[in-house]
Design a protein around this ligand. Sequence first.
Ligand SMILES: [Zn+2]
Length: 261
Amino acid sequence: QRSWGVPIPALQCTSCGEAELTSSIVAQAADVFEHSGADAWYEHDLTEFVPKDFTCPSCGGQDFRREQDILDVWFDSGSSHEGVQLKHPELGWPLTLYLEGSDQYRGWFHSSLLVGLGTRNAAPYSQVITHGFVVDELGRKMSKSLGNTIEPQAIIKQSGAEVLRLWVAMVDYREEIRIGKEILARVVEAYRKIRNTLRILVANLYDFDPDTDMVPLNRLQEIDRYIVSRYAEAASSTLLSYERYEFQAISHTINRLLTVD
Ligand SMILES: [Zn+2]
């Protein structure tokens, strides 16, 4: 048993050996922890944790030892939804979404589920999304010894933060996420196309005033009606993809609309 972690603030009677953990003991410990942190259990005098006039319910003893066992190490993260709820009641309960790496099914998602079920008989989240881990272009784990690590700061310095953001939007985050020079070159290319298309559109529309220049749909030329309809399709599929957290589909849709249509 590890001796560090969140302690179980139980009092053990030195006369009869019974361990006591009542709500008044827990409340008193919570009070001390609030000011001094959970390590106070090991560092402070035990009398700080014994409620006034508390005696052993089994033998009436008044001398206690502190419990050395700690709570499961996943308990703190598993109960984080209660802390969030306390500070941000506007978020409601259960919370909308838990987002973490795919290693958390047995970690945070699991411990949160146990705490939620134990205390409220329900999962603390409505949805769970997991992402893969970033690997290099060949699918290898990044490591200093392989020399294949890429710092986000370096990408931002070389190509700008927009390129990094677009890369995030273009990858399938549910699988392993690859990054490398060639992949980034393709992102830079895609970024240029989006930017250039928007520049041309903005330049063409610089003197467009909807009040005087707008043409009703039934008087538009066929090619204009075509692009208006393509835009509507792309917009509704984009909104749907946002609801499903399918960001890669969104960048595909926008890319196709801007570069193919
Ligand atoms: Zn006792």
